[in-house]
Design a protein. Sequence first.
Length: 201
Amino acid sequence: MNTSSKLLDRAVEHFSKLPGIGKKSALRMALFILKQPKENVELFAQSLISLRSDVKRCKICNMVSDSELCPICSSPSRNRSVVCVVESVRDVLSIENTQRYNGLYHVLDGIISPIDGVGPSDLPIAELEERIKKGEIKEVILALSTSMEGETTSYFIYNRLKKYEIVISSIARGVAFGDDLEYTDELTLAKSIENRQPFKI
């Protein structure tokens, strides 16, 4: 998209790289920014820079955090014997919104997908196994998407962890095949976790 300003064109180009944002929406955003007071725009820009440079990953579960340990891993009120394995940070937020799960998490930040060049070694599965070896965890809930890639990842993790004396379960299939957790309503998601079943191949 070409406008009368190269600076505006560049802003539109960057906004259009955001998920779900086309050129028209990007132009609308850029024009909105132009109308804002300069100090507001500077605060917005600084928040983006801080987001990228200062947000960390929890050294235990891989959740986004402002410190080395996320609030979930550092909370004394969480059930430390249960770990829910999820694909993304968004999935953690979806499950937390149900207010029906009080265990810990392990965020993979992806799933096994050979077509996208993502293999088991690209995911923090070895780190999950190290957590299991410490002996505190008694159950692992596989709460990955029910797509082919999600199922493949669940099978891989199950085969990696089945030698340990832990329960390996998966969320109940109130979540339809092919669905992502972040798009599942909170009641269905809560029931899927509460009614989890032993993982079966």
